[in-house]
Each structure stands twice: as C-alpha cells, then as structure tokens.
Design a protein around this ligand. Sequence first.
Ligand SMILES: [Zn+2]
Length: 283
Amino acid sequence: MLTPKHTLGDFELTILSDGTYFLDGGSMFGVVPKSLWSKKAQVNERNLMDCGLNSVLVRTGEKNVLIETGIGNKLSDKLKAIYEPQELLMKSFEAAGVSPDEIDIVINSHLHFDHCGWNTTYKDGKAVPTFPNAKYYAQRGEWEHGRKQLERDKISYMSDNYDPLINSGQMQLLTGDAQILPGISVAAYPGHTRNMQGVMIESGGKTACYISDLIPTAAHIDLTWVMAYDLFPLETIESRKRYYSRAIPEQWLTIFTHDHTMPWAYLESPKPGKITVKEIPGS
Ligand SMILES: [Zn+2]
C-alpha cells in the first residue's frame, strides 16, 4: 500500500486509502457528454470508473486526526457486488505504522456510506467504533437529512455508520463552520448535499483542504463538471467558485476524495475560466 506523505507547516499529512470501488462514469459526470469526459477519466467495458477512497491522517504533533473513513467493510452482499469495495483502510494504517487506537479525532465530510464506512465495524452483529479513543465529528444537518430516508438518496445513508456513535456520545454533531482544534476546522460547501463540509488544515502559513465531493477527482475541476449524484448542482458551482477564489491565489493543497491516481494537487488558473492541476512531485 502506498501512503503518500506531505509536510504542511508543523503538520504531517498522510494519505490512507481504503482502495477503490466502482461508480458509473455517466453518474460521475452528470450532464457532461461522454465524448468530453472520457478524455479525462477511464471506464471499463461496463462503463464503470475506478474511484479512490482517500482518507487523510493529520499528525499535528499533539493529536492524530483522521479525515474521512472510506467505504468500510459493512456493505451488504448486494452492494458489495455493485461497488466491489476493496476494504483496504486497515491495511493502509499498517503500512503507515499507525494503529486505529492512536486516532484522537475523526471528521466525516458528510455521511454517505462511502465516506464514513470505517467509522464502525461489526462485532457480534453490533456496530462498534473502529477508533475507540477518538471523538467523531459530523454535521447535524447531514445526519438529519439521512434520517429522513428520502426516496432519492436513502441508499447513501447507513445508520450503523453513525447512530451508535451518536447514541454513545462519541460523535458530536456540528452546526456549520467550526474549529475542531488549532489548525483544523470545518467549512460548509453545499451542493453535493445541503450540509457537506470541507476540512481545512492550516499550519505554518500553509493551507490544505479536504474538499470531498465538491471536487471528487482531478477530472472534476471544471466549474460545470458536476456529478449527477449532487442534490443541488447549481450550489456545487457556486461553492466551487467560492473555493477557487481562495484556493488558487492562496495556493491551498487540494485533497481529492475519489481520485485513486492523484490524491492531492495544487490548482492553477492560467487564464480566466480555465483551471488546471499541478501535481506534487513525488507524491
Ligand atoms: Zn463520495
């Protein structure tokens, strides 16, 4: 397992992958014609795209913070047959020489099953925390939305990923922007869901942002290349504009949640309306 590392001020960032899973190429690019997106993203003979599941471990020197927990190992056999998850996050922990016991804080950008899957694992048929010593954080609005079990997106929410943690008091529900600890905060970026949050990582004058499904892969940096999964596509475009207005001039390191070949990159705008990625050498 590769566990790319990056130093950000006094913090050390490590990508921990849960492997890949399959999503439909058309769903990933919404109204964008395949003749365009197929130049940037590969699909197999069933039109399925290999998508990454990138978590980030932030070692601040005092605390170990885990952003996102992948797809996990609790999917039903039917869903496993559809998504073909590899369930590699614990192997990535081993490869990085970290134990789940050492995680102090877990942050979920939103509560879709492919973002909070390893929050819990089953033990004797009961969902128990994978990170027993961690405090977990998610947005209250996201949880409330998931509980509604609406026809459009109920498949995305698996209560065993968070309800046991909320009931035990181990998960705290946030309302909007919040600082979790010095240098780690969350900021609302609606569009994919109403309450999706990005995670800001700031140290020594440098900034990184886990922007989650606002820009799921490097192939999604065009303002209008919005996933069909997004509940509020017009808001995705507005949130991206707001993100780019700071991330490009301030040289934020952008972390992509579902890109299995490029977990992070800097964004540049060589001319108005055009955005490109600049890969980090050696990562
Ligand atoms: Zn996602």
